[in-house]
Design a protein around this ligand. Structure first.
Ligand code: FAD
Length: 440
């Protein structure tokens, strides 16, 4: 068959379908997505979409009529239930069977859930939410009301963004985090502190080194008459023993790559579907891209959860399918919006040996030792007003930057890291020296 089937109509799958046409692919392109919506921008779900009445059309990745005009067969609202890899067919949940020449897994990831000991026997609690897809976001938008008490479980980006929206909506917010600080998997302590201070100054109560022991539940008022036994969380018992009354709970404790289909056809899996640098899996006819793929990058294995990564992988995969090999050349980057802060991150910070903090304004009272931030005098809280960027080094090499409302630091940092250039830490730490004047 000359047909390419893409499973998953998220950022990666949709971009791949269009990229194949851009590159002149003539075969059939079938994009199968389980969600009953036109492919949409996921990052907005924890940002503008939750806060306001952003119309669903404003979320669309591509105008709906473009699919037909680019000869992309979009099958929304239907799940791929099985793959017959030997005969090269996919089985849809509605019974249809589609032949493929090449298959691409773009199945994304799904939110981790609370354990059964945390939520109790009923499992489903009407006011306990995760935030991964448009249906989740719609439910949150309907349920969250000013004055309600929201408990956010997990101090990652989704939890922090949702906390910011909830404060803007006038909710009381408590955020609990198991680790000794927020963002412990993804950012350095200095960046975490900037965000923590910002949230605290906006009235979010943040409890670190604090797990959720369990939720207390009771039948949901309205459904008591209908005897449907919908249950709600009413209080949270924390590891510390503290009991917290809650109206809403958001669980933001990370995601796991969606690899069920890959497992069914015995692909090699290790924290995602394992691929080479061209995104080929262990089956010669199957590729994997986006959140679900664990790929080879600069001599190591990486699995990223970001839109820029999904788009770059779509481009690489399109080239692989066209037999015009192209490497993953973009530097990974990411952004997060919280209140009026735009945080932009470039590079991969894993394996950093130290960070350099660049103050926004030089203050005489600020005795921070930027090259050895452990020695920082914390009498001045690190906030986006005080810090403009944080630079990650592996020994002498600049590997990543976090920029706080500082597009210039982000752009220059991205360019330097991609080019293998490393400014002097002393220069970065001195706000009197413009970044653009650094000669590298
Ligand atoms: P997804 O976009 O998750 O798409 C996968 C699709 O595959 C889903 O629609 C799923 O339903 C479908 N699917 C799975 N299995 C099947 C099957 N068997 N049959 C049919 N369909 C199937 N990234 C950023 O860079 N910046 C941000 O600010 C940011 N904010 C985010 C905020 C939120 C609330 C969330 C949830 C994510 C955010 N991300 C952000 C991460 C980003 O959205 C993901 O990295 C990106 O969506 C990954 O794209 P993907 O195509 O791999 O997966």
């Amino acid at each position: 068959s000359d047909s390419t089937i893409i499973i998953g109509a998220g950022h990666a799958g949709t971009a791949l379908a269009f990229r194949l046409r851009d590159l002149g692919y003539e075969g059939d392109v079938v994009l199968v997505g389980e969600e009953p919506h036109h492919p949409y921008h996921r990052p907005l779900l924890s940002k503008a979409y939750l806060l306001s009445d952003v119309a669903d059309e404003a979320l669309h990745l591509k105008a709906p009529d473009l699919y037909a005009s680019r000869r992309i067969t979009l099958r929304s609202g239907v799940r791929v239930a099985d793959i017959d890899a030997r005969n090269q067919f996919v089985h849809l949940a509605n019974g249809e069977i589609l032949p493929y020449g090449r298959l691409v897994l773009a199945t994304g990831s799904r939110p981790r859930m609370l354990t059964s000991s945390q939520v109790g026997a009923t499992g489903e609690l009407a006011n306990v939410h995760v935030l991964r897809d448009l249906n989740h976001a719609r439910r949150l938008r309907d349920a969250w009301m000013p004055g309600q008490h929201l408990l956010v479980v997990g101090g990652g980006y989704v939890g922090l963004e949702a906390a910011a929206v909830a404060r803007d909506l006038g909710m009381q917010v408590t955020l609990i985090e198991n680790s000794d600080r927020i963002l412990s998997r993804v950012a350095c302590a200095q960046t975490a502190e900037v965000l923590q201070s910002m949230h605290q100054s906006r009235g979010v109560r943040i409890l670190t080194s604090t797990g959720l022991k369990c939720l207390e539940t009771s039948p949901k008022g309205a459904d008591m008459q209908t005897q449907t036994q919908a249950m709600c969380a009413t209080a949270a018992i924390l590891d510390s023993g503290e009991r917290l009354m809650v109206d809403q709970v958001l669980v933001g404790i990370g995601v796991t790559p969606s690899v069920d289909l890959a497992r069914m056809v015995d692909l090699v899996i290790d924290n995602g579907v394992v691929t080479d640098e061209r995104l080929r899996t262990s089956n010669p006819h199957i590729l994997a891209i986006g959140d679900c793929a664990n790929f080879a990058w600069q001599g190591r294995r990486v699995r990223l959860e970001s839109v820029p990564n999904a788009l770059e992988m779509a481009d690489v995969a399109a080239h692989t399918l066209m037999e015009r090999p192209k490497g993953y050349s973009a530097l990974p980057w990411f952004w997060s919006d919280q209140y009026d802060l735009k945080l932009q991150m470039a590079g991969l910070n894993t394996g950093y040996t130290h960070v350099v903090v660049r103050p926004r304004v030089q203050k005489e009272a600020d005795t921070a030792d930027p090259v050895h931030p452990d020695h920082t005098d914390h009498t001045t809280a690190l906030t986006p007003g005080v810090i403009s960027s944080v630079w990650y080094f592996r020994n002498q090499t600049l590997i990543a930057v976090d920029a706080f409302n500082d597009a210039r630091a982000f752009m220059l940092g991205k360019r330097w890291i991609a080019a293998g250039l490393s400014p002097m830490p002393e220069d970065l730490a001195d706000p009197a020296i413009p970044l653009s004047s650094l000669s590298l």
